[in-house]
Design a protein around this ligand. Structure first.
Ligand code: GP9
Ligand code: MN
Length: 647
């Protein structure tokens, strides 16, 4: 009859190849995935294969042809639905689906209405493989099985599948080190491990955090709350409300380290504008301010600014806990009538910002789509900082006031490439191209801040604003110690390494007139309370680990995310205690009293994030939201504690 004779597993082979090719063609036609080189294209091409081999391969365990075919068809259908759901979602949101987006109830309205606008009858083309498989099943007649042992065949098949998976992961690791620990960007994940593996990864990340959340309860917050209440400094009387009602502009100075401020290279200032600002009468500059970020880099710094909580010890909290309840600075200022926004000329899904910003209560996100990138306006990671500043101020001119807007710069980012015409100083001369170029991009970033100030004045926004600027994290990693030692003229010991984690922090209040340099030891965790109090917004009941830097009671103590810490007297790094002034090793006992508190703080913060504990806290009245049972349990515990102390 019609049927032709084919080898036994022809349908399976056709299914794998058809779905594989369809997936690749869908990548190329229905998403905008940027490809920079042949290797990336190759990874994109092979990345659907590993998962398809495994999942379709299960068919080999079915004895009857009918059951096997049914299974293959079901897999083709499910994978097509997954892929197609992403296509339709992408049309509307320019992003791939992630589980939290399905659980964020705010999104449902959008999802429903967008679904109908994003679905067309011609989309049946995304199910081509299913149709092909059906045809194959109809027209192919299987010739009797070969004499080879079935178990051996299956074993060989799955060994090859595993090899494909590891080959893919190896290439991805080469292309993007630490991709799976840090997450970075959904586009990057799909590009490197493929759509199907990405969903598995997403499920793993989300279910891990959901499991921790489910096990947590409000009573865990009691101890944390007591600790925080005991350690919160009172706001400074002089500075509280000094900038009440003003717009707040927070600028993230990408990868800018403090050694560039008032620093020179080849006789030229690296950051002339910012250096001048340290002496300005309207500016308070903090030279002993440290970053506290972990693997989430820029996003961790944003997390610190918004929440005054420590980011996570592993992974990027923007990725892993975007579904949590937060009490962000944006939300608090929003409640005071501020319009809140972030401006960043990059893909919105980078660091999962589009989702996380909703949880942080940020009203508007000006992502790359909000910018016009003309010819010559992009370098390195994307839009150059100068046109970025110009267009961001244009956005501000249209915002309702007062506004809180955060600007995330980008040009001074590894690998620090710059167009010839933007190089305002020479390269440094060392064995590290990264370090050599860093000086030039830092110089360019400085120039862009100058442009920001000019544009704000031009638009009449300057006088009524406060401009807060901070470096997000180091730009030069320890891999470049040799070149840094050459620049600094001293060996990079663990003490020096810790000191190199200083990033600049500026609070610029036009018309203030009493600017000064504040030498106290401080960190990114302190930004939230400092800025909120400056704007006259109370944060005393909030769950936050930082303190108001203008307060006389502020404790000079900074814990790094990795457990190193700095006090006014010591630097604790690599399990060694150093004198902060001299950098000389001292008796560890001198650091001992702070080791425990540093760990405690980091652990408390981690437990808040992992348990999503802020859902049990009402910051309006400082009350814990506990169930009857939890309250009873707590009462009992307190009773027991009382009895213990009495005995
Ligand atoms: C990307 C920008 C830079 O959007 O935030 O990221 P980083 O690598 O510095 O975290
Ligand atoms: Mn950064």
């Amino acid at each position: 009859m019609w049927k032709k004779e084919w080898p036994k597993h022809s349908v399976l082979a056709i299914a794998i190849i058809a779905t594989w090719l369809k997936t690749y063609l869908t990548y190329k036609t229905s998403f905008s995935i940027s490809i920079d080189n042949v290797l990336q294209e190759f990874i994109l091409f092979i990345n659907p294969l590993s998962m398809l081999l495994f999942v379709y391969g299960i068919a080999l365990f079915f004895k009857s042809e009918k059951a096997r075919n049914r299974y293959i068809l079901a897999i083709a259908l499910i994978s097509s639905i997954i892929l197609y759901a992403n296509v339709a979602f992408y049309r509307f949101f320019s992003d791939f689906i992630t589980l939290p987006v399905l659980f964020q109830t705010d999104n449902f309205g959008d999802l429903g209405s967008s679904a109908s606008e994003s679905v067309f009858i011609t989309d049946l083309i995304y199910f081509t493989d299913v149709i092909l498989i059906l045809l194959a099943m109809k027209f192919i007649r299987i010739i009797p099985a070969s004499s080879l042992n079935l178990a051996v065949q299956r074993k060989a098949y799955f060994i090859i599948s595993a090899a494909v998976l590891f080959f893919n992961l190896g290439l991805a690791e080469m292309e993007r080190p630490q991709l799976l620990t840090r997450g970075f960007d959904r586009e990057m994940l799909v590009k490197n491990i493929g759509m199907y593996n990405y969903h598995l990864y997403d499920m793993y990340v989300q279910s891990k955090s959901q499991a921790q959340r489910a096990l947590a309860n409000g009573s865990e917050l009691v101890e944390v709350n007591n600790y925080i209440r005991a350690n919160q400094p009172d706001p400074s009387k002089d500075m509280f409300g000094a900038a009440e009602g003003r717009n707040l502009i927070v600028v993230t100075l990408e990868s800018l380290q403090s050694f560039t401020i008032n620093g020179e290279m080849g006789g030229e200032p690296i950051t002339p504008f910012l250096s001048e600002l340290t002496k300005d009468e309207d500016t308070i500059y903090f030279p002993n301010f440290y970053h506290q970020t972990g693997l989430g880099k820029t996003s961790d710094s944003e997390f610190l600014v918004e929440n005054s909580l420590y980011p996570l010890s592993g992974g990027a909290v923007f990725f892993t806990h975007s579904g949590n309840t937060f009490n962000s600075m944006a939300e608090s200022l929003g409640n005071k009538g501020y319009h809140t926004s972030v401006q960043h000329a990059n893909t919105k899904s980078f660091w999962n910002r589009d989702i996380m910003y909703q949880s942080l209560g940020i009203d508007q996100f000006f992502d790359i789509e909000s910018y016009t990138i003309g010819e010559g306006d992009a370098v390195n990671w994307g839009m150059k900082d100068i046109p970025f500043m110009e267009q961001s101020v244009e956005h501000m001119a249209d915002l309702p006031q007062p506004f809180y807007t955060r600007l995330l710069t980008l040009t001074n980012h590894h690998p620090f490439y710059l167009d010839e015409e933007d190089k305002l100083i020479d390269e440094f001369d060392s064995n590290s191209g990264t370090v050599n170029r860093y000086f030039q991009t830092a110089r360019y970033l400085d120039e862009s801040v100058k442009v920001l100030f000019e544009e704000l004045k031009e638009q009449g926004l300057y006088e009524n604003s406060v401009i807060v600027m901070y470096g997000d994290h180091y730009g030069i990693s320890e891999n470049h110690n040799e070149a840094m030692a050459q620049y600094l003229g001293k060996e990079i010991t663990p003490y020096e390494s810790a000191q190199l984690q200083k990033v600049p922090f500026f609070v610029h209040i036009p018309g203030f007139g009493e600017g000064y340099v504040d030498e106290e030891i401080s960190g990114q965790i302190d930004i939230r309370p400092t800025v909120m109090h400056l704007l006259g917004v109370d944060s005393e009941q909030d769950i936050q680990f930082g303190g108001d830097l203008f307060s006389e009671e502020h404790e000079e103590f900074v814990a790094f995310r990795d457990g190193r810490f700095i006090t006014d007297k010591h630097v604790y790094a690599g399990n060694v205690c150093y004198d902060i002034e001299t950098g000389i090793e001292t008796d560890k006992a001198a650091c001992e009293p702070s080791i425990e508190p540093a760990m405690t703080e980091l652990e408390y913060s981690e437990s808040i994030i992992n348990g999503d504990l802020l859902r049990f806290y009402d910051e309006k009245n400082g009350q814990l939201i506990l169930s009857e049972d939890e309250l009873k349990k707590l009462d009992k515990e307190q009773q027991r504690l009382k009895e213990d102390t009495q005995n």
